[in-house]
Design a protein around this ligand. Structure first.
Ligand code: NAP
Length: 256
């Protein structure tokens, strides 16, 4: 029997075939889970529908995570197809380009608000709406984060502040939802060449630095992040909650 046979999952944040969310979708699907994917805006819809064509019986729903009514609609629609929800995956982040280009101390109030809203508040916002479907049997929630939420990484700027808020949200949610047997964790991934990553100034240099300095002397792949996602989604991790797992070839343990 497959690891996620009979399980259902919703994944937020597939934009294209390079998205970490898509790697996670494929891995959870191969492990037997039935999937719902969300996309933001018509621009992305065609991409996501084309990718989802390779999955068995997927559910595709629009969702801009800054809009409460769209989140409500997602879970209302989902409740018609899924009796219960076992897995919720958060792979959503956004900061305005200019906030990543200038120094952090020039971050605007609006730029700060947008980055925190999309990249951090969205986790409690979607988790809250998922509860009626998740509380029935318990489940696993996990979100994607980055080292820049804990240490200073040049150019990561307000996204680092948003990831710090996301990681703290993971711990508060884990604390509150434990009694409902819902586990909440994070995966802190090393750099992977995606649409969002390319918005970070000096991203290519970052890949070089990780290759040179990480203990494993290489970059990681989206598929490796997805494998850890499978672990967190499955009962193999049933004793773990409130944790951030680094999938970064060990880079985070190094000093100078
Ligand atoms: P990606 O493919 O560009 O995914 C980011 C997703 O966020 C896109 O699907 C994007 O949709 C979505 N998004 C942005 N604003 C949204 C909104 N208001 N409502 C709903 N969705 C919205 O890039 P990725 O690298 O795979 O990112 C996935 C996650 O991994 C993010 O949390 C990112 O911070 C994290 N991460 C990435 C790396 C890396 O190096 N790539 C490393 C560590 C952590 P649109 O394209 O339509 O805006």
């Amino acid at each position: 029997m497959k690891l996620l046979e009979g399980k259902t999952a919703i994944i937020f944040g597939v934009a294209n075939k390079r998205s970490i969310a898509w790697a996670i979708a494929q891995t959870l699907h191969n492990a037997g889970a039935r999937l719902a994917l969300t996309y933001q805006g018509e621009r992305i819809e065609e991409n996501v529908r084309e990718l989802a064509g390779t999955l068995k019986d997927p559910i595709i729903l629009p969702c801009d995570v800054t809009k409460d009514y769209e989140i409500e609609q997602v879970f209302q629609d989902l409740s018609h197809s899924f009796e219960k929800l076992d897995i919720l995956v958060h792979c959503v982040a956004f900061a305005r380009k200019e906030e990543l280009e200038r120094d952090f101390h020039h971050t605007t109030r609006e730029g700060f608000r947008i980055a925190l809203d999309v990249s951090a508040y969205s986790l409690p916002a979607i988790t809250k709406r998922a509860l009626p479907l998740m509380e029935k049997k318990g489940g696993s929630v996990f979100a994607l984060t980055y080292l820049g939420g804990y240490l200073v990484v040049p150019h990561y700027n307000v996204m680092g502040v948003a990831k710090a808020a996301l990681e703290t949200s993971i711990r508060y949610l884990a604390y509150e939802l434990g009694e409902s047997k819902i586990r909440v964790n994070g995966i802190s991934a090393g750099p992977v060449n995606t649409l969002a990553a390319r918005g970070i100034t000096g991203f290519t240099k970052m890949l070089d630095v990780y290759r040179e300095r990480s203990p494993l002397k290489r970059n990681i792949s989206a598929a490796e992040v997805a494998d850890t996602g499978l672990f967190l989604a499955s009962d193999l991790s049933k004793g773990i909650t409130g944790e951030i797992i680094y999938v970064d070839a060990g880079y985070h343990i190094t000093g100078t």
